[in-house]
Design a protein around this ligand. Sequence first.
Ligand code: ATP
Ligand code: MG
Length: 311
Amino acid sequence: MSAIRFGLLCGSSPAMLSLYRQIERVAMTDATVVLEGESGTGKELIAQSIQLSGQRSDKPFVAVNCGAIPAHLIEATLFGHEKGSFTGAMRQQIGYFEYASGGTLFLDEITEMPPDMQVKLLRVLECGNFHRVGGSEPVQVDVRLIAATNRSLNDAVQAGSLRQDLMYRLAVFPIFVPPLRMRDNDRELLAKHFLDELNQEAGTSKRFSRQTMDQLGRHRWPGNVRELKNLVHRAFILSADILTLEIPPVGDKKIPTVVDGMLDFTIGTALADAQKEIILATLHHHRGNKRLTAETLGISLKTLYNRLKVY
Ligand SMILES: Nc1ncnc2c1ncn2[C@@H]1O[C@H](COP(=O)(O)OP(=O)(O)OP(=O)(O)O)[C@@H](O)[C@H]1O
Ligand SMILES: [Mg+2]
């Protein structure tokens, strides 16, 4: 098992190797990217890695959490405002778009952006300019946009929290970020990587207990890489020499984990759930190659496309 690194990312599972290939390709372009993945899977780190692998690497990377800005401030925050444009606007202020000029703007939790702002964002993406709040002159910026969401884009459109036209515009290059339970062998690699970092910082040489390494594949990791990183940190603080991670006991394993190329299901798992996990795990195993996935599963390419659309 080699400790493969790419940009700021660590991981050597087929799912991650496929991700590296996609990052490498898209980093060379200015295409808008949308990252879709569960919380803690590394979306922000991937956005930074795209920036670092491309021609904008020495330019600013500005991250904005759309869910954390009050709705009435979001326009001025993103686009800036002119002096006197509203009460308290004592002077001109530039927004995140201008801060990110020449570089990358990362819009996290894009589905939390109010619908009227989504219209304005779409306009910027279409014509490359915008107005500061209270401004009459358009401001031209060269910014690469990367958006992220921990919901499915299709679900967000269905639920009315993402405009369909914006979804199509963002999804020029969609990247699905695999959950940790789908990354065979990466859990051990990542745990060691985080421990190495902590050891280096503290000048220590703490190690994991053998049993800890064996346990990593038995947990579903709902909090993904963040959960693993925090567990390692906690164990590092609590242990003098040998670390034992406090991995929660095996619960109801309706959703399986990929360990050593195998999926283990609890008897009683619904057939539809099992089928979905088998299809997704096989797709990751073949690094996103749909033709090979359909062949391996013994289904037609059309059936595979239909299933993936539903998922
Ligand atoms: N492949 C990886 N290699 C090394 N560190 C990682 C990797 N993926 C994630 N991390 C680390 O795990 C933590 C969570 O990652 P990040 O914040 O990028 O997740 P996220 O998908 O943006 O989560 P959220 O949806 O909650 O915003 C960070 O500390 C990040 O540095
Ligand atoms: Mg994030």
